[in-house]
Design a protein around this ligand. Structure first.
Ligand SMILES: N[C@@H](CCC(=O)N[C@@H](CS)C(=O)NCC(=O)O)C(=O)O
Length: 205
């Protein structure tokens, strides 16, 4: 199976990169220089018309969207490797959290960024919308924190690709100035996930 992974460091690609390393699958890496605008080159847009990383091309078939890529890898390799549940209640639980992270949490994160980050033009930012996003994120992290109160990982006692799908975001939000100190269970869970050697290899470049 030929897998080509288009990525940029410290981006939405990190979680897919981490999953590839956890699974130990063979893949070719293609770094995309976002600052140089390589994601808008015609040859890249032909594979991903969204002009974004990550992109996974499997046997010539492009898969855009990091959640789709994670689910593809989980279904194809994760069950055999013990990193993704077989069909049944645990699989449903994994899907629920992976989608929650990529839809509800991601939406609030992006809303915060768009309204507070100087990467976006000042005239497009709105302080009240930023404050509302901060409040929504606190509510969402409250939900996650309560879920993790009696568990080492999202699905219980075992690490899985559901953790890979979510665990990079609290540290990212911390760097954006979101105060996560109240969420002690999240803090402990992120610490466990960050100590995975596969993630260490990704962050080492
Ligand atoms: N929902 C997409 C988001 C991808 C995304 O926003 N990627 C950013 C990097 S974090 C990107 O490639 N930006 C380049 C650009 O917009 O020009 C996914 O999860 O794959």
């Amino acid at each position: 199976m030929k897998i080509v992974f288009y990525f940029s460091p410290m981006s939405s690609a990190t979680r897919v990169h981490w999953a590839l390393e956890e699974l130990g699958v063979q893949y070719e890496r293609q770094r995309v220089n976002l600052s140089a605008g390589e994601q808008r080159r015609p040859e890249f847009l032909a594979l991903n018309p969204n002009g974004k990383v990550p992109l996974l091309v499997v046997e010539g078939q492009p898969i855009f969207e990091s959640l789709a890529q994670l689910l593809y890898l989980a279904e194809t390799y994760g069950v055999d490797q013990g990193l993704y549940p077989k069909h049944g209640p645990a699989r449903t639980e994994a899907l629920k959290w992976m989608c929650w992270g990529s839809v509800s949490l991601y939406e609030a994160m992006m809303r915060l960024m768009r309204n507070t980050s100087d990467r976006f033009p000042a005239e497009q930012r709105n302080d009240q919308a930023g404050a509302a996003a901060r409040k929504d994120l606190a509510d969402l992290f409250g939900i996650l924190d309560r879920h993790l109160a009696d568990k080492a990982y999202l699905l219980g006692s075992e690490f899985s690709l559901a953790d890979v799908a979510l665990a990079t975001w609290p540290p990212y939000l911390g760097r954006l100035g979101v105060d996560l100190t109240a969420f002690k269970h999240i803090h402990a869970w992120v610490g466990r996930c960050m100590s995975r050697p596969a993630l260490g290899r990704v962050l080492a470049g």
